[in-house]
Ligand binder design. Structure first.
Ligand SMILES: [Zn+2]
Length: 319
């Protein structure tokens, strides 16, 4: 298992490139989340420099990688140019990078080419802060031009395929095996079955009224907050309004869940971890595997990695 830092470029007040209502920061986060989820399904340890629309300083992005002794750092961006005809994908490495880093960048480019849809502008060199200040082999991928309509179409249509391609290129570079079925217990069919089972469970137990489509959207998230509030009322007499909004009162009512626990609260915790891309059984039993995943999630979010899920862990899961 390797540690891979996935860096969604820009964020918060830093929009990156803009094309009308389309902001680079959002595209970057979209593809970063897909890559992170796929790498996790492949059994890798992933750290995202951001998983929300927030501003993270450039030096902090490198520091996250350096603190965690990452094996690779991949920064995800979209390009832009004044001429809307400019198009294609390119991958940057730092000036004076060793040949191995250039080869890694080329592996990612090759896999994206295999997925198709973008002109190949190749591996290039530049002096970007996130490349310069990161100790791990680092690359900065520009996944097409946000200023080009055809590139945006390719990005939107093939986002999952590009996430797989980037994942394959990373794993090949790190000498790790890519499992087309998604690694241990994480095949896409199996994950879909788990996702729909959770939605059915929310409908049956909490009258959530969800469409059972296996997609973790705003409604499923709200249903999980409601389920949490109902459980906190029933088991802890929290007296919460069941409104599906994760506010301060809900947060304060959450008890510390730890190894050995067995309850619907544990089930909700596992469902949230699952929907964040982690692989675990969603069975309501807080065993060693769940404890390990909680630790991994806490590490990924910069929380105290004690394997005990309390208010802060739940808050991060609902972000
Ligand atoms: Zn950018």
């Amino acid at each position: 298992m390797k540690t891979i830092v996935i860096d969604a470029g820009h964020g918060g007040y830093d929009y990156g490139a803009v094309n009308g209502a389309r902001y680079e920061k959002n595209d970057n986060l979209t593809i970063a989340r897909l890559v992170a989820a796929e790498l996790r399904r492949q059994g890798q340890h992933v750290i995202m420099t951001r998983d929300t629309d927030e501003y993270v300083p450039l030096l902090e992005r490198s520091a996250i990688s350096n603190r965690n002794n990452a094996d690779m750092f991949v920064s995800l961006h979209r390009n832009a140019f004044t001429d809307p005809a400019a198009n294609g994908m390119e991958n940057y490495v730092q000036v004076n990078s060793p040949q191995s880093t250039r080869d890694y960048a080329q592996n990612v480019v090759d896999e994206i080419n295999a997925a198709g849809g973008f002109a190949d502008r190749g591996v290039k060199i530049n002096n970007f802060s996130v490349l310069r200040n990161t100790r791990a082999p680092a690359m900065l991928l520009e996944l097409g031009f946000i200023s080009n309509a055809a590139d945006n179409q390719a990005f939107d249509r093939n986002a999952n395929a590009y996430a797989s391609a980037i994942t394959k290129g990373i794993l090949k570079s790190l000498g790790e095996t890519y499992n087309p079925n998604g690694g241990s217990g994480g095949g896409s069919d199996e994950r879909r079955a788990t996702a729909t089972a959770i939605q059915r469970g929310l409908n049956n137990t909490y009258n959530a009224g969800l469409t059972v489509d296996g997609i973790y959207g705003p409604r499923t998230r709200t249903a999980l907050v409601r389920a949490l509030q109902i459980e906190l009322n029933e088991t802890g007499n929290a007296g919460l309004t069941v409104d599906g909004i994760f506010g301060q009162r809900t947060k304060s009512a959450i008890p510390a869940l730890r190894r050995g626990a067995r309850s619907n609260l544990v089930y909700i915790l596992q469902a949230l971890l699952f929907f964040k891309g982690y692989n675990l059984s969603v069975d309501g039993v807080y065993g060693p595997a769940t404890e390990g995943i909680v630790r991994e999630f806490q590490r990924d979010r910069g929380l105290t990695a004690d394997g005990v899920a309390g208010a802060n862990t739940f808050e991060a899961l609902f972000k």
